[in-house]
Ligand binder design. Structure first.
Ligand SMILES: [Zn+2]
Length: 96
């Protein structure tokens, strides 16, 4: 399944609820899921990490659906070829 297909799948599953909740509250849910991923990583809990990475992607796609962003198009446009900063592959940007 491609990102775009998965985004459409998430739209079928959740768009009605997402649009009722709205962009701001959906963004807050997304950031909470990022926090839960951080906790799972600190706990070194592999099952929880898998679970939370899935939630982060799901909430990001819900947000993209509300914002009318095609994440696959946006991500491939920015990162589909070389590094967008140094234009190399692999990236040769200095560590920061
Ligand atoms: Zn780079």
């Amino acid at each position: 399944m491609h990102i775009q297909e998965f985004q459409n799948h998430m739209k079928r599953l959740y768009y009605y609820k997402d649009s009722k909740r709205g962009i701001e509250k959906t963004y807050i849910w997304f950031t909470q899921e990022v926090g839960e991923l951080g906790k799972a990583m600190l706990d070194q809990d592999k099952e929880a990490i898998k679970n939370e990475t899935s939630d982060v992607l799901a909430w990001l796609l819900s947000l993209c659906n509300l914002l009318d962003i095609d994440l696959e198009e946006a991500a491939v446009s920015k990162y589909g070829n070389n590094c967008p900063k140094c234009n190399k592959s692999p990236c040769e940007c200095p560590f920061n």
